[in-house]
Write a protein that binds this ligand. Structure first.
Ligand SMILES: N[C@@H](CCC(=O)N[C@@H](CS)C(=O)NCC(=O)O)C(=O)O
Length: 212
């Protein structure tokens, strides 16, 4: 589907990766504009004008400039009738949001570039400290998600048999776990779901290696 959507993102950003999966899953064509985090482009005036928090991603669509990846996914869910990113029932939506937030609001913030860089600057830590930090919070966080998934509402995907917002959060976090060498091999539910998601074209096309 052709739209005038623009996603301001960065190839390795997991919040951007979530939104790429959602857009691809709906077959929405969009223009991708890179905001290079390593060059600090996200802190520049151009990015601040579109994203007041100075972060990525930003989705410009339907005349709105949107920040916050989960709010974008919910916007797409509400505006595209074919999207089934959240279930129809309130308790299902609560569960999908809880899994999504366990990743996006618990694991992701403490592993963010600016947070880890600041910790290292305060403590004088180097590359090894960075790796240990990332491994600790990602493996502990995903272990808690694995426990959330030990539930009869989990199906082929995080909730039931349709991929949705929780899966859109999980897959980028697994990419990060692999990137940093976090121990997740024993998380059987997570690994099974990841294998299924990664076979889907919308997920595959959103992978960082496909967009860098
Ligand atoms: N909760 C925000 C998080 C956005 C976010 O933190 N993005 C990261 C990249 S994944 C970023 O811009 N980091 C820049 C930094 O930490 O300086 C969302 O879901 O959109």
């Amino acid at each position: 589907m052709s739209t005038d959507a623009i996603l301001y993102d960065y190839w390795r950003s997991s919040a951007s990766y979530r939104v790429r999966i959602a857009l691809n899953s709906l077959g929405i064509e969009y223009k991708s504009v890179s905001v290079d985090l390593l060059q600090a482009e996200h802190k520049g005036n151009e990015n601040l004008a579109r994203n007041p928090q100075g972060l990525v991603p930003t989705l410009v669509m339907d005349g709105h400039s949107m920040s916050q990846s989960l709010a974008m996914i919910e916007y797409l869910n509400e505006t595209f009738p074919q999207a089934r990113f959240l279930p129809a029932d309130a308790s299902g939506r609560q569960r999908v949001r809880a899994i999504s937030y366990a990743i996006a609001m618990e694991i992701h913030p403490v592993c963010n570039l600016r947070v880890v860089s600041h910790v290292l600057s305060l403590t004088g830590g180097g590359d090894n400290a960075r790796i240990e930090w990332m491994r600790k919070f990602i493996s502990e966080g995903l272990l808690s998600v694995e426990r959330m998934l030990q539930d009869s509402n989990t199906g082929l995907f995080c909730h039931g048999d349709t991929p949705g917002m929780a899966d859109f959060c999980l897959i980028p976090q697994i990419y990060n776990a692999k990137r940093w060498g976090a121990e997740i091999g024993n998380l059987s539910r997570i690994n099974e779901i990841a294998e299924r998601c990664n076979d889907l074209p919308g997920f595959a096309a959103a992978h960082p290696d496909r967009v860098k």
